[in-house]
Design a protein around this ligand. Structure first.
Ligand code: HEM
Length: 480
């Protein structure tokens, strides 16, 4: 009763022949099998849900809110820490705590607008230095995005040329691009007990990930230590302060989810080490990993679309020029006066389909869905293109057309069905309101100050690179 799909051979499972990208193979299997299919690779069963009704039924149900036990999901931190890869009451309480405090600290509220305006003004000044010359998007976008989030998390703002943060971002990007090597361990876990450590490392790049994760952990621990020294319990400054206060409050509770854990790992000499880590490190790593690349990449895609579709860019400019007179800074209250911009941003989120297969979910027991059994501990994914590019929900979905989200009177009309760039249900993106606000102010300010175009004689490549988790532009067109 499992969903249909390729099962392949025992032990190996189904490995497609030839040079097939993962996304292209999923697309082909979806066309072959329809609403739901299975794909067995090594020891794991992947289940892809491609039907809106089934996705809603599954992800709005707590049974499907679990994350599978895979290394792939927690490459920055131990999988038993933080929000993204934990389960049960532990996850639930940390998610609730994080949502509440990030909102109080300004997420999605006017309180954070001036920080976003400040960062985008710095970004605009930086881009001006390269105006008139063909160049990829400047790397400092990362700093602008991290500064907004880190203001709430750690009361920190970095200079745009802060080498340490740029290096940390570079390391994280490198690790992310090699994630399919690490996924090998999830699919074929037995290789860890039969292969010598050196060979295992060569195949999976395990130690490369460990190095990146250790470096980040040290930095995040330093933030926590700094905060502990200067904490005033009556005047919490940010997320870290709020966490430390709550952690202290729960100190005497044996079932507190906010303390920490001993984690074990094998070093290069196969010696098992035991270290204690507080959960807060996992939460900080999750916010960093989930909040940074997503918002930056969406901004880059938006700029690429402006450059590729000049008639759309012209409409964006026209609207901004008629609403924001004499270079006035945009605020969130201007949203209702900039319906074309809002429609453009919505089309960017649809067209870029940034997280093409969502973030993996699982069920702890065999569970029925759509007349099939979803095997316990399978890796459950969605195919976002099956609704973002579905003609039942979006007419001529292959066209980039912001007008689809405007009424005949030119008012913004939000998509009703088939639109889930931030996921859906119990695990829906925790930073959605921050991301939407930041993207609106960033993109409006960028379009207010610049005209973007492809380098002379060239077209911008809009096909994403074959990199796991996030649809990213190819490296050579991305940053300078
Ligand atoms: C354009 C920007 C963004 C997009 C497209 C995006 C998309 C997503 C998606 C698809 C998920 C998975 C939902 C699921 O598992 O079903 C997710 C989860 C998550 N996102 Fe975002 N995200 C964005 C920005 C952010 C930002 C700015 C933050 C940080 C404040 C953030 C924090 C998280 C966290 C912590 C989770 C895990 C939630 C959980 O497991 O309970 N995201 N996001």
């Amino acid at each position: 009763d499992y969903p249909p799909g390729p099962w392949g051979y025992p032990i190996i499972g189904y490995i497609p022949n030839g040079k097939f990208g993962f996304e292209a193979k999923i697309s082909q299997l979806r066309k072959e099998h329809g609403r739901i299919f299975c794909w067995k690779i090594g020891a794991r069963i992947l289940v892809f849900i491609n039907d809106i009704k089934l996705i809603k039924e599954a992800f709005q149900n707590i049974t499907f809110a679990n994350r599978p036990d895979i290394i792939f999901l927690s490459f920055l931190e131990d999988k038993s820490l933080g929000i993204v890869s934990t389960n049960g009451p532990h996850w639930h309480q940390l998610r609730r705590f994080s949502l509440r405090h990030l909102r109080d600290l300004g997420m999605g509220k006017s309180k954070i607008v001036s920080a976003i305006q400040f960062e985008v003004t710095e970004l605009v000044n930086h881009i001006k230095k390269q105006s008139g010359k063909p160049a990829p998007f400047p790397n400092v976008l990362t700093m602008a995005v991290i500064n907004v989030l880190w203001q709430m998390v750690a009361s920190k703002r970095y200079d745009f040329d802060d080498e340490n943060i740029l290096a940390m971002h570079h390391d994280m990007g490198e690790a992310q691009r090699s994630l399919n090597r690490l996924a090998f361990l999830d699919m074929f876990p037995w290789i860890a007990s039969v292969l010598p450590e050196a060979l295992l490392n060569k195949i999976t790049l395990k130690y490369k990930f460990k190095l990146v994760s250790d470096k980040m952990s040290k930095r995040f621990q330093a933030y926590i230590d700094e905060h502990k020294k200067t904490l005033d319990e009556n005047n919490p400054r940010d997320y870290i302060d709020e966490y430390l206060i709550e952690m202290k409050r729960q100190e005497s509770q044996p079932d507190s989810t906010m303390s920490g854990k001993f984690t074990y790992y094998k070093n290069t000499f196969s010696v098992i080490l035991k270290i204690f880590k507080i959960d807060l490190i996992g939460c900080i790593a999750d916010l960093f990993a989930a909040g940074l690349e997503t918002t930056s990449m969406t901004t880059i895609w938006a700029v690429f679309y402006l450059a590729t579709f000049p008639e759309i860019q012209e409409k964006v400019h026209k609207e901004i020029d008629s609403v924001l007179l004499n270079g006035t800074l945009v605020t969130i209250e201007d949203k209702s006066r900039l319906p074309y911009m809002e429609a453009f941003l919505t089309e960017v989120l649809r067209y870029s389909t940034l997280v093409p297969n969502g973030v993996p979910h699982t069920v702890m027991e065999d569970t029925k869905l759509g007349g099939y059994i979803i095997p316990k501990e399978s890796i459950i994914l969605t195919t976002t293109e099956s609704f973002h590019f579905n003609p039942n929900y979006f007419e001529s979905p292959e066209e980039f057309r912001p007008e689809r989200f405007l009424t005949a009177e030119g008012k913004f009309s939000a998509p009703r069905e088939g639109f889930f760039p931030f996921g859906i249900g119990k695990r829906q993106c925790l930073g959605e309101s921050l991301a939407r606000m930041e993207l609106f102010i960033f993109l409006t300010s960028l379009a207010q100050n610049f005209s973007f175009s492809s380098p002379p004689g060239k077209n911008i490549d809009l096909i994403p690179a074959d990199i796991p988790i996030i649809n990213q532009p190819k490296m050579e067109t991305r940053y300078c």
